[in-house]
Ligand binder design. Sequence first.
Ligand SMILES: Nc1nc2c(c(=O)[nH]1)N[C@H]1C(S)=C(S)[C@@H](COP(=O)(O)OP(=O)(O)OC[C@H]3O[C@@H](n4cnc5c(=O)[nH]c(N)nc54)[C@H](O)[C@@H]3O)O[C@H]1N2
Ligand SMILES: Nc1nc2c(c(=O)[nH]1)N[C@H]1C(S)=C(S)[C@@H](COP(=O)(O)OP(=O)(O)OC[C@H]3O[C@@H](n4cnc5c(=O)[nH]c(N)nc54)[C@H](O)[C@@H]3O)O[C@H]1N2
Ligand code: SF4
Ligand SMILES: [Mo]
Length: 726
Amino acid sequence: MPNAAPTLGYSACPHDCPSTCALEVELLGPDRIGRVRGAADNSYTAGVICAKVARYAERLHHPDRLLHPLRRSGPKGSRQFTRIGWDEALDRTAEAFLAREKQYGAETIWPYFFAGTMGQLMFYGIERLRNVKRYSNWWSTICVNPAWLGFEAGTGKLMGSDPREMARADVVVIWGTNAVNTQVNVMTHAMRARKERGAKLVVVDVYRNATAVQADMHLCVRPGTDGALACAVMHVLFRDGLADRAYLERYTDAPRELEAHLKTRTPEWAAALTGLGVGEIEAFAHLVGTTKRTFFRLGFGFTRSRNGPVNMHAALSIAAVTGAWQYEGGGAFKNNEAIYTWDRTLIEGLDARDSSVRWLDQSRVGAILLGEREALRGGPPVTGLLIQNTNPMCVAPDLNAVHKGFAREDLFTCVHEQFMTDTAAMADIVLPATMFLEHDDIYSGGGHQHVMFGPKLIEPPGECWSNHDVVCALAKRLGAKHPGFEMSAWDLIDHTLKASGYPDAVTLKAKRWIDVQPPFETAHYVKGFGHADGKFHFKANWKQYVPRAYGLADAPPDMPNLPDHWDVIEKPTDDMPFRLITAPARNTLNSSFTETPTSQDREGRPRAKIHPEDAKRLGIDDGARIRLGNKRGTVVVYAELFDGLRPGVVVVEGVMPNGAFEEGMNTNALTGADTVAPIGGAAFHDNAIWVRRAEAPVKINRETNAHDPDRSEPSGLHRRKLVPAS
Ligand SMILES: Nc1nc2c(c(=O)[nH]1)N[C@H]1C(S)=C(S)[C@@H](COP(=O)(O)OP(=O)(O)OC[C@H]3O[C@@H](n4cnc5c(=O)[nH]c(N)nc54)[C@H](O)[C@@H]3O)O[C@H]1N2
Ligand SMILES: Nc1nc2c(c(=O)[nH]1)N[C@H]1C(S)=C(S)[C@@H](COP(=O)(O)OP(=O)(O)OC[C@H]3O[C@@H](n4cnc5c(=O)[nH]c(N)nc54)[C@H](O)[C@@H]3O)O[C@H]1N2
Ligand code: SF4
Ligand SMILES: [Mo]
């Protein structure tokens, strides 16, 4: 039979990625897809998507997809499960939650979720169950807080120049984001600027990543020193007459104070901190100072440090000193959260929120499950978890604590998932979830300006249910009443679109997306910045952003208000002379896609990029088994000699499943869950570690995951099972 052209369906990528691409999906049957492509007629996607989503059929039709509800039938973490029906699975979950609620009060249950899907309904719907039931609140901290706060402290609003304007810039500065890996569309627009206008591309990053390889100038800073670089750049701008003084007077809060403060932040001062040459800093400052159309595309990576918000605010401040905001193709961009007018009252049940319920910090899940008083805010222990869209057994910091916490016998865990992830493996009840092409939802792009529809295009396999279905079915059994639990996904979507001032569901579905880009003068703050005084704030008022009602401490007194290097990172010591970066990998997205064969082939085994000089000194050959460790834990990885980073820096890409590591725990064994001030965050790229050759495979103390040389095993690699040693 000749191949007929497949039917096309239209959707939006639901994954946790700022690009939220407009998609065209080949439909090969009522439950089968073929290739996925980027929509050429969407002005941001512009026909380009990442390879991992182009081959989405591999994930959606994966033989390991969860198809039926399961009940644990062996010890916790044994991965022994028995198939059960939906009624039994939901009944058991509801019974367990109700019994615990009776014993400890409703705050003992903690719905735990994140952005595995960014659909407005399937992402946030779980909040309605929480609010109506008065379950413990969830303070989202794992991803955006340091970055968004640093930006907002300057502009007063989380929006910036139209990201498509990058194509009309003369210099594009990609700062602390590996866009080639993590948001490929940034490169589409940046590369257009280079091709059509001869624009220069500058990358500020701690290693020569896939994005830096494409750059005209790569500023390879030491981790956590971006604030110092930014200060020295501004010092040069003021010193050499490259600051736009008219703009500063009209649009900023404290230009003269800033100039005086920067007098001592010389290129020499910054060179010592960043590791850059004075000449490099001067050249960068002159480039952005003499090129009005400079677009600062600020990423997340450089804010995943204990001084992250300060570094973001400092880098952002450069555009205000040069006045780049005034020009098309100039200014700065982090995220467009503030341009969207989403009203999720019905989806989240905000009308039912009780302000007296405690808030628990997402990134502190380990400490919370281990019952630390401060982490529990003095309230009852967490004894019930309902998890959707996230894999904390893999992605959360301080993984030793997390693994121990999840292993608690008295903890009842229900995980709604697409795959048997490391977190699902710890569950008492596992529920099978639909993928985005199997349910209706609506999306908006943090990295662009579109509100998009992602309709149900195919039937789900097996007995998969959507997040909305699960939340509503549990609500019934838990006695939670709210109009949102009685509505279909479509009706909730339709209602939410209209309440938000967007076209209704039928209209948006037909249009596929709408472009809600604010006009130039709004996006570029021509009529003033987002603060009450209309100014860009060089003097960040950190205090103002701390929600004290959530139990957070005030901003630390030594947190600098003016741009600076805030010296609170984990500095190398004699014992721990290296700094570890756990950067994103190209073929996986957090722990998603780690299940697909192509991603597994391309990423291979866990590798640590290490400078050849360091390797030589430590007697480490390329490909050698090496052990990385610190006070929190240790992992074995394979050395990859690489001169695209500074000596003393080690980079391991990807959040691989724990099973990919000899001792059953990924690099989050080394990352810290201490709070990034002042509003939370995880400092995934701010780790002091030691590095050594891992001669013979070594036994690890399973209780602590600490390296115990007295318990060396003579031979054979072993994989730590997820069962705790107790
Ligand atoms: N393929 C892929 N795509 C992804 C993801 C993924 O895991 N894989 N994750 C998704 C998610 S959830 C998010 S939030 C975004 C994140 O996307 P990004 O904005 O790219 O942020 P990060 O992924 O944290 O870090 C990216 C870069 O920051 C650099 N970096 C680390 N520390 C410093 C520093 O101190 N200074 C400087 N200048 N650079 C530093 C790292 O070396 C790395 O190259 O990407 C999304 N897209
Ligand atoms: N070492 C290190 N750790 C990191 C980072 C880092 O840079 N380094 N980055 C951090 C960042 S920025 C983030 S955002 C977090 C992200 O961490 P997570 O939010 O845990 O993201 P994923 O690992 O992609 O897990 C998402 C899960 O949701 C599931 N899922 C997807 N769609 C649906 C759905 O519709 N319904 C249900 N029920 N499930 C669904 C997927 O199968 C997947 O297992 O990781 C953080 N962890
Ligand atoms: S680039 Fe990001 S939004 Fe686009 S298809 Fe890939 S994961 Fe999805
Ligand atoms: Mo993220």
